[in-house]
Design a protein around this ligand. Structure first.
Ligand code: ADP
Length: 480
């Protein structure tokens, strides 16, 4: 009886930490749902693909025995449902070996899978089927990015009757990725042809699923207040600024948080020496450890970065700026991956400049070590919807050096304005270089005080998770 009355929230996400992750989406899907699940009046469930070759801890995932067949315009696809219960949170994994047994999440050898519409379209369709089979009767289906944008579209078309009492929320984690496919995609997914219309899914002769979800979802959120404003402009709107402005009445910015259990320097098995705000000196031990490991001097300021190495993250201006810093003045450690051209660019820099260390790939343990060891965290993004890395860095007492855009603007205040970080404007290597020089000066002056301040800030999910609950209830006009 109790269960039936619970307000039920279902997240559909193409990644979920700690099982599958390429970036912040995985962290957010898991940590937001986990925070919500602490409220006993809520029932919280996540649906995500079972990437057979990529998923971590798969031995903990068990079969439910449920199967569904999706009869789409291009064939019949079988999905099996697996499950993992974590305290008050249940994660369901949908398995289809053909679609999700590949070596990449979305792409291979730098090229997107051509059938990504079929992969994520049938996945969302199967989620809606399983939700019915499980009789979850959700109040809210909360979708994340283009990969789950198919769900609000299906809910207002093919599943109009089944989901008439359910509201949908779309969170845009990065407007740059929109799920654009050729026109035939609509029939491949058995969606009505009438959706090929400029007021619906059509986008310059193609189909844009994110655009469709913005139109069909009951509420749209993005991951910081500043980014919610920026995406209404041509500079940041990635071609959808008109749509974002038109639907701004249902658009809200809610800043992400980070998982304080996963990111906690006091209890972190992945770092060399644990530390906290009361004994930040122990942070130095982590620096000595990592600089020793990479053959760098521990007496110089250390700049770290754990990121996709792309233009969005400022890869081009970083390369130009750091090569102008004398190797006697600072060290740099980069962990990340990017397209072949950018990776090669960073490789060349690290070969030529002894003070630059590069580790190409994805490495959770090294990421924690870098956050713990660095004096400064580099994040000079061209645009940044929210950014989690600057918040993680601050939790580890690592001073963020950021450009004032999107979520970086909302979470970091410059030290000269009474704040605790280094913030610059203008996207250029010259502006970044000036900030690097500022940071080097600060290193010899006031790092200790700034470290204490940032370690005392709160970027946990507590406040934002509540904002989402308020938003869900707004969808129903406060009926609950
Ligand atoms: P994004 O735009 O990529 O989502 P965020 O700052 O929001 O950027 O989140 C990035 C998340 O992914 C952080 O948890 C960061 O530590 C992690 N991350 C990024 N690249 C790597 C990597 N190469 N190895 C390990 N973790 C990574």
């Amino acid at each position: 009886m109790d269960k039936i009355q619970k307000f039920t929230i279902i997240h559909i996400s193409s990644e979920v930490y700690p099982f599958s992750k390429t970036g912040g989406l995985a962290d957010v899907a898991y940590s937001l749902a986990k925070e919500q699940s602490k409220d006993e009046t809520l029932r919280v469930v996540i649906f995500s693909p079972f990437y057979t070759n990529l998923i971590n801890n798969s031995s903990e995932i068990t079969s439910t025995g449920l199967i569904t067949h999706i009869n789409s315009g291009s064939g019949i696809f079988e999905y099996k449902l697996c499950k993992k219960a974590m305290n008050n949170l249940t994660i369901y994994f949908l398995s289809n070996e053909y679609f999700f047994g590949r070596s990449g999440f979305y792409a291979e050898d730098g090229k997107d899978y051509e059938d990504n519409d079929l992969r994520f379209g049938t996945f969302c369709n199967a989620c809606l089927r399983f939700i019915e089979q499980l009789k979850l009767s959700p109040n809210i289906i909360h979708c994340h990015d283009w990969q789950s944008s198919f769900a609000p579209i299906f809910m207002k078309t093919l599943y109009r009757n089944e989901y008439r009492n359910t509201k949908s929320v779309l969170t845009i984690h990065n407007l740059a990725f929109q799920g654009i496919f050729h026109r035939e995609s609509i029939s491949r997914l058995s969606l009505p042809e009438t959706l090929f219309h400029v007021d619906k899914l059509e986008y310059y002769g193609k189909i844009n699923y994110l655009k469709g979800a913005i139109i069909y979802a009951d509420m749209v959120t993005t991951v910081s207040i500043s980014y919610a404003e920026e995406i209404k402009t041509t500079e940041f709107g990635c071609g959808l600024d008109g749509i974002m402005s038109k639907y701004s009445f249902k658009l809200k910015g809610i800043l992400n948080g980070i998982d304080y259990d996963v990111w906690n320097p006091e209890h972190d098995d992945l770092i060399y020496k644990a530390y906290n705000r009361a004994m930040p000196e122990d942070k130095e031990e982590n620096k000595k450890y990592i600089t020793g490991k990479f053959g760098l001097s521990s007496n110089l300021p250390l700049f770290g970065m754990v990121s996709r190495l792309t233009e969005q993250k400022g890869a081009d201006i970083i390369g130009e700026a750091i090569t102008k810093i004398d190797l006697e003045r600072a060290n740099f450690i980069f962990l990340g991956d990017g397209d072949n051209k950018t990776t090669k660019y960073f490789e060349d820099i690290s070969k030529k400049h002894k003070n630059v260390t590069l580790y190409i790939g994805y490495d959770e343990a090294l990421a924690h070590e870098i956050y713990a060891a660095s004096d400064f965290y580099l994040m000079p993004s061209r645009f940044e919807p929210c950014g989690l890395s600057q918040m993680i860095a601050m939790r580890y007492g690592t001073i963020p050096l950021v450009r004032n855009t999107g979520g970086l603007k909302d979470s970091v205040v410059d030290v000269d304005l009474g704040g605790y970080g280094i913030v610059f404007s203008g996207y250029s290597s010259e502006a970044l270089l000036i900030s690097l020089q500022r940071a080097i000066k600060i290193y010899y002056r006031s790092t200790k005080a700034m470290r204490k301040t940032i370690m005392g800030l709160n970027f946990s999910w507590t406040r934002s998770a509540k904002e989402y609950i308020g938003l869900y209830k707004d969808c129903f006009g406060h009926l609950f």
